[in-house]
Ligand binder design. Structure first.
Ligand SMILES: Cc1cc2nc3c(=O)[nH]c(=O)nc-3n(C[C@H](O)[C@H](O)[C@H](O)COP(=O)(O)O)c2cc1C
Length: 202
């Protein structure tokens, strides 16, 4: 049986979302999926990036991560998007990628896939849920099947966000609970995609 294809497409300035994306990749692989981990293109001006050494460093550290393309979306049975919260919304870098997908959408290539999303913010009530719900607007337009984690695993009662794995970056890098939540979300996405017939299991 062909494994479920999972694309994890993310943006990260300083590494938090990159760390969650890698945890999601582990979860999807544990569940038997073939995974493509992809970053979106950096669009911020060089002056903004160089003003923050940790941003510049993360760009260097992730230079070898492949950039997301339309082929990744077409290939995938399920897509997990990761983005930091930016004033309660997804990062513009991720939106730039999403806003190039009109031709795929027009040909119906984005419909009937499983979609899910994860995020981080600096503060506990800094807009995580609004960011995830904003991405869900797009998934509705695509005709996607939105799969949130809900409270489907004990870790969700610790992580506390049924909309998608989320981390408070102001508390430090993602720890055990955030990483387990990301892995669980990805495993669940693979499980639902399998039940929908992805990977030839209809
Ligand atoms: C322009 C901008 C807007 C932001 N808006 C918010 C916000 O609304 N709420 C919040 O808690 N943190 C906000 N942050 C902090 C980021 O969400 C946080 O640094 C990010 O989640 C870290 O993820 P990363 O390490 O993957 O880049 C903002 C950061 C920037 C640069």
């Amino acid at each position: 049986m062909e494994p479920v294809h999972v694309a994890i497409i993310y943006y990260s300035s300083t590494g938090t979302i990159h760390t969650l994306a890698r945890a999601a990749a582990e979860g999807a692989e544990e569940a038997g999926a073939t995974v493509r981990l992809r970053k979106v293109c950096e669009t911020a001006p060089v002056t903004a990036i160089s003003a923050r050494p940790e941003w510049e460093q993360h760009l260097t550290d992730t230079a070898d991560v492949a950039e997301a393309s339309h082929d990744d979306l077409e290939w995938a049975d399920a897509v997990l998007f990761g983005t930091p919260t930016r004033f309660g919304n997804p990062a513009s870098q991720l939106r730039v990628f999403i806003d190039t997908t009109g031709p795929l959408w027009f040909r119906g290539k984005l419909a009937d896939k499983v979609y899910s999303a994860f995020t981080s913010s600096n503060t506990a009530h800094g807009g995580q849920e609004s960011t995830l719900l904003a991405l869900a607007n797009t998934f509705c337009h695509w005709g996607g099947i939105i799969v949130p984690p809900g409270y489907t695993d004990p870790v969700q009662f610790q992580a506390g966000n049924p909309y998608g794995a989320s981390h408070v970056a102001g508390d430090g890098p993602p720890g055990d609970v955030s990483l387990r939540a990301a892995r669980h979300q990805a495993r669940r996405v693979v499980g639902i995609a399998t039940r929908l017939g992805a990977g030839g299991a209809a």
